[in-house]
Design a protein. Sequence first.
Length: 160
Amino acid sequence: MRVVFLDIDGVLNSDRYFTEHPWPAGASWWSADAIDPSAVALLEVLVARTGAEVVLSSSWRKRTTLDEINELLSARGLSKRVLSVTPSLYRTADGVRLTRGDEILAWLEAAREEGAVIERWVVLEDEEALGEVEKWCVRTEPSAGLTAGDVERAARMLEG
């Protein structure tokens, strides 16, 4: 299995997108209005090319259900369903703050314990600290969101 850990803000939306598409009156931040269809099309290219599963690591997983995320992304053009979400971890027993990278590692460990064979994986992220997971990250620019160059780098990582 290949996995794309997906952030949304700064990846599937951007400063450019919000400048070009003014915010609709009364729209919720946690809606399809906040997701750029052109960025979703690029994600579609990545998962079609690599056969990767998508796991949501974005803070959106704390505000929306997996079904809602799948509806939003489908409405914006993603044909593949998001497989899962990373766990929400906060602090260790001794008070150390855990990172999104720790949550990704916890998801990988749980998936392997359930018998999944994770061949390769990549993280699409714009800002969040990832700790030891950083070497598997393709960093997007929040001003532009996901680009064709980002997709190419992620595909190369997933394809080996």
